[in-house]
Design a protein around this ligand. Structure first.
Ligand code: 2P0
Length: 354
């Protein structure tokens, strides 16, 4: 018997939403109550790297996350992703090529590291499940494109589906009850608007009090404002921000990004009991960027930066190269305790035009 090693390692980046996902209409399939749109960050530090190995001698599927073994719960998100990938391996490879090794019948050992502050609102689950999906897709040699793979990453964590692409990415909520049209698509590659920068301000690396999954369902159950948001606000914003990205219109992009971050935190506050993700430092960062923009508008007629906050106090400030120095200096002057890094938008497909 030959000792073939069945193993694959891939990594996936984080993405930061400009139009926020907050709420599920189906918690098992992870189908959202609204579409969302994000920018994928190009950075060695903020990503997840996952190695998957299949072996006929393994006794059960096992997972190590940042060096610590985690239980794979039967019927849980990780288990759903693994089962779906094994089903696809059988259907798309093994049933078609009789000589293909029966990896779908073997147990897996999966080792994943992420360099994102876990659960601090910097989307570690997004890069984590995206890396899991791509590493299994590579191990199983699945002939699937990123949108098709995004369907599986979505079953791990909703926002993970957007980390399958670089550049500017939409997660279309879809309408089908089985979720087969709830997937990520590329709005524009990184090369279309390569000037975009993200200044990440880590105000706190601590675990948040209310996790996203629990928090968003509390919002779905109790917030009247969420109903207004999903019906009357997000659909128009998705269209407007896609147009802004296609036209490289930073003013429109910035206005929509800040407004949507604020409305997301408003629906969190409109939840019973209310959820607070931002802290005093976050609110002061908002004031700083608003003031910076007021001066930019006066001087140049254009905005210079756009803040956005996820389910935590850390800020991401989208900006353009001309403003990077000023923004970074201002943040460090007023908030010397925060760790600041600035990132390009990720180009996963360098050959794609733009
Ligand atoms: C987003 N967030 O669009 C929004 C903005 C947080 C605030 O996606 O339950 O970790 O795993 O699908 O993907 C966080 O939600 O939640 C999130 P699950 P997820 O990036």
């Amino acid at each position: 018997m030959s000792a073939t090693l069945y193993e694959a390692t891939t990594s996936a980046p984080v993405n930061i939403a400009c139009i926020k996902y907050w709420g599920k209409r189906d918690t098992k399939l992870i189908l959202p109550t609204n579409s969302s749109l994000s920018v994928t960050l190009d950075q060695d530090l903020l990503r997840s790297t996952t190695t998957s190995r299949a072996d006929p001698f393994f006794m059960k599927d096992r997972l190590w996350l940042n060096g610590k073994e985690e239980e794979i719960k039967d019927g849980g998100r990780m288990d759903n992703c693994i089962k779906e990938m094994k089903r696809l391996r059988k259907a798309l490879v093994e049933d078609k090529e009789p000589n293909a090794p029966k990896l779908s019948e073997m147990k897996l050992h999966i080792v994943s590291f992420n360099t994102v502050p876990t659960a601090a609102g910097l989307a570690s689950s997004a890069s984590g499940f995206a890396a899991l999906t791509t590493s299994l897709a590579s191990l199983f040699a699945l002939p699937l494109n990123p949108s098709e793979l995004s369907l599986i990453a979505r079953r791990g964590s909703g926002s993970a589906c957007r980390s399958l692409f670089g550049g500017y990415v939409a997660w279309e909520m879809g309408t089908k009850p089985d979720g087969t049209d709830s997937l990520a698509i590329e709005v524009a590659p990184q090369s279309h608007w390569p000037e975009m920068r993200a200044v990440v301000c880590v105000v706190s690396g601590e675990k948040k009090d209310v996790g996203s999954s629990v928090g968003m369902q509390l919002t779905v159950e109790t917030s009247p404002l969420l109903q207004h948001r999903i019906k009357h606000v997000v659909p128009a914003r998705m269209e407007s921000i896609s147009k802004a990205i296609k036209a490289r219109d930073f003013d429109a992009f910035a206005k929509l990004t800040m407004a949507d971050s604020n409305q997301f935190h408003a629906v969190a506050l409109d939840t019973t009991p209310p959820i607070f993700y931002m802290n005093d430092v976050s609110r002061n960062l908002i004031a700083l960027v608003e003031e910076y923009n007021r001066v930019c508008l006066q001087k140049t007629g254009h905005l210079g930066a756009a803040y956005t906050f996820d389910a935590g106090p850390n800020a991401v400030i989208y900006t353009l190269p001309d403003h990077i120095k000023a923004i970074t200096e201002l943040v460090l002057y007023f908030f010397p305790a925060s760790a600041v890094g600035f990132y390009d938008v990720l180009n996963i497909f360098p050959e794609a035009g733009g």
